[in-house]
Ligand binder design. Structure first.
Ligand code: TXA
Ligand code: MG
Length: 325
């Protein structure tokens, strides 16, 4: 990565092109957020339904004046504490933001990413960049440039390679509603850290997600997402052994394990996310490990749950959405 690559990427974005770039969470597929045609191409390339709004990336808080009509004090406190970083704030949108970006809604999701390449690019282009994760809709998010190349390569204008993503799961999406803060998607900034700054956050009961007729506060949080092609079931560490009985005798089963264990012999292939059981390490490895298992020709993937705290919430959320049998 050098200056020339950034300059080239910025020129492509200014002309309405699409550039995949690294962030600390996952790779994003970027377009000029103020150019409706460029944004329309993002939806096309990802085969993303137009009811699912995009996150706008900016290099500094100054941009909020242009893109929003209000920045409540709680949002400011969060931004000062966590930006740049894996936190997306949903705020009232200004007329500068095209309706396509927000799926026709009155709010816009904004974040400042914590990655040197993303920040250099945003500063160079001098435009807000709308960027969903750089994967086809519903599939596993990319945590390195090779993932983007495999899934979207020929369809986009440039991929900036900034190495593997440090966090590995997407940003936390938070809306500040008149009724109080609402967690729309658990992610790289933990609920505990957010509540330390602004107090109690409402966490919706995930059971309504994606059900027909249920209002989608965050339309991207469909029940099935982040999905491998291989059938996947989620089990606690204590019960994962029984999954074998759910398969025909000839089936080969892979295990996505949180930590090291000596009881893995029944599995044809095992991916250990963090030998010592460190949630950060597990998050950084999750999507790449899931891709390797998906490519291994298995009949079933058994994924072990994480403790439901800290980053574990985001990891369990991604597993639940990856699950299908
Ligand atoms: O870490 C991330 O957030 C990555 C990197 C590239 O920044 N981006 C990402 O974008 O994960 P995407 O499009 O895969 O997910 C965006 C999520 C979706 O669940 C979407 O519904 C929600 O944010 N979202 C976007 N705008 C919203 C809005 N105005 N109101 C509610 N939810 C919104
Ligand atoms: Mg995504």
């Amino acid at each position: 990565m050098n200056e020339t690559d950034i300059t080239k990427a910025a020129a492509i974005l200014r002309k309405g092109g699409l550039v995949a770039f690294p962030t600390e969470t996952v790779y994003g597929l970027g377009a000029n957020a103020l150019n409706e045609r460029a944004v329309a191409r993002v939806f096309e390339v990802k085969a993303r339904p137009r009811f699912d709004p995009l996150i706008v990336h900016v290099p500094a808080m100054l941009w909020l004046e242009r893109l929003t009509t209000g920045f409540p004090p709680l949002a400011r406190q969060l931004a000062e504490k966590f930006w740049p970083g894996p936190l997306t704030l949903v705020l009232p949108k200004s007329s500068a933001v095209p309706d396509l970006v927000t799926a026709g809604g009155p709010t816009v999701a904004i974040r400042i990413p914590d990655h040197p390449v993303a920040l250099s690019l945003l500063r160079a282009v001098e435009l807000p960049i709308a960027a969903p994760s750089a994967n086809p809709f519903g599939q596993i998010s990319p945590t390195c440039a090779a993932h983007v190349r495999e899934q979207l390569g020929p369809k986009i204008d440039l991929i900036l390679d900034g190495g593997p993503c440090r966090v590995g799961v997407e940003s936390t999406v938070l809306q500040l509603t008149p009724e109080g803060p609402l967690l729309l998607r658990p992610g790289g900034t933990t609920l505990e850290d957010i509540e330390d700054v602004i107090g109690k956050v409402q966490v919706p009961d995930g059971s309504q997600d994606g059900l027909p007729g249920a209002a989608l506060a965050s339309p991207g949080t469909l029940a099935q997402h982040y999905a491998p092609r291989t059938a996947l079931v989620v089990r606690s560490r204590e019960t994962r052994g029984v999954a074998h009985g759910e398969l025909p005798a000839s089936g080969s089963v892979g295990l996505l394990a949180f930590r090291e264990s000596d009881q893995n012999s029944q599995f044809a292939r095992v991916e250990v996310l963090s030998p010592t059981g460190d949630l950060r390490e597990a998050a950084a490895n999750l999507f790449a490990a899931l891709r390797r298992l998906d490519a291994a020709g298995l009949d079933l993937i058994v994924a072990e749950t994480f403790p439901e705290a800290g980053l574990g919430r985001a990891l369990n959320d991604r597993l639940r959405r990856a699950a299908h049998a």
